[in-house]
Design a protein around this ligand. Structure first.
Ligand code: UDP
Length: 331
């Protein structure tokens, strides 16, 4: 049988573990490369685990030699907007140097197909601009800037070494595996949906809404939420796109529909039938007013068919995982 190994960096994390499941279901063997600094060994369920750190080039070379992957999916990164404004050095060092080590190791191993998780945060805060793949990239936080730098690395390695890449710029990812095997678990948690579910459940204090004076209809930030399972399905399509020789591409992954923080709160109330305790707070540094994808390119060109990315399904799936504490990770 021919080799079907795909190296998945960050495969022990939220999005990476869902990608591993989707890859396994599509007949690939996901090989997780993760240092478990934010991920969970228990989330590595769908293929082998090669523990390692992207800052360790020798370990990367060893894993490429052992596993002979046919492609790379690169998820591992620091990914919190607020933290990136407080500790920009870590974001530049770990995200950019880690990616550079990975790309160099991949090229040295002649593994030239690369799927990269980038972000809508590379676009920054652009009023009344439809965010499609051709929009200017003007990040306003160190997280977005570090991801944009990695896109630049990939472009240069394509020109010099023939790397082929599919870059996905995600909007906001939410939800969990509907079969309940894996879900979103961060320590500390910083993302809106899991924090809100914790507050509903009394596991933490009221949710703080970060800013109520934005230039939006209800004053709170607007985001475009996409279900993690739909998102990772696009990654499998991206991998097949590269393997069928279609060449490098960039795709936004969003639904084109934006919801304010207050709207997410009221949908969650409806889905859980529980009161969402919240307080209005100050703005969080680095937050854009509105990030909504204006592109359907992933649907029309890649053949992406999102099926779970309505807010109700995302919150319901996240809530099911949230309540299934037996399945939660502990180490
Ligand atoms: N948000 C909030 N309170 C929180 C966490 C997030 O009001 O405790 C808001 C945040 O300002 C943003 C949206 O929810 O407008 C989504 O934030 P998240 O951190 O989940 O994702 P990001 O957009 O930063 O990638």
């Amino acid at each position: 049988m021919s080799n079907k190994n795909v190296l998945v960096t960050g495969g022990a994390g939220y999005i990476g573990s869902h990608a591993c499941k989707a890859l396994r279901d599509a007949g690939f063997t996901p090989v997780t490369f993760d240092n478990c600094s934010t991920g969970w060994a228990q989330a590595v369920k769908f293929g082998p685990f090669a523990r390692g750190d992207l800052m360790d080039r020798a370990r990367l070379d060893e894993v490429f030699a052992e596993q002979q992957p046919i492609a790379v999916m690169h998820f591992a990164a620091l990914s919190q907007v607020g933290e990136s404004m407080k500790e920009p050095g870590r974001y530049w060092r770990e995200n950019v140097t880690g990616a550079l080590n990975l790309v160099e190791a991949a090229v040295a191993a002649n593994c030239l197909d690369f799927v990269f998780s980038s972000t809508c945060a590379t676009y920054g805060d652009q009023d009344n601009v439809v965010l499609d793949e051709g929009s200017q990239q003007l990040p306003i936080n160190a997280y977005g800037a570090s991801k944009l730098a990695i896109e630049g690395i990939l472009n240069d390695f394509e020109a010099a070494h023939g790397l082929r890449k599919v870059i996905f710029r995600y909007f906001n990812v939410a939800g969990a595996d509907p079969e309940g095997e894996i879900g979103e678990q961060h320590v500390p948690e910083t993302h809106l949906v899991p924090l809100m579910l914790d507050a509903i459940d009394g596991k933490r204090d009221a949710l703080t809404i970060f800013g109520t004076d934005y230039d939006t209809p209800d004053g709170t930030c607007i985001r475009d939420y996409v279900h993690v399972c739909d998102l990772v399905d696009a990654h499998v399509l991206g991998l097949n796109w590269l393997k069928s020789g279609k060449g490098s591409q960039v795709f936004n992954l969003g639904t084109g529909e934006g919801f304010s923080v207050r709207e997410v709160v009221s949908h969650s109330h409806a889905v859980t039938n529980r009161k969402v305790p919240y307080v209005d707070g100050d703005r969080r540094a680095g937050d854009c007013t509105k990030l909504v994808s204006g592109s359907s390119k992933a649907i029309t060109e890649l053949g992406w068919k999102p099926t779970r990315s309505d807010l109700e399904t995302m919150v319901r799936d996240a809530w099911r995982w949230h309540q299934n504490t037996k399945a939660h990770y502990s180490e």
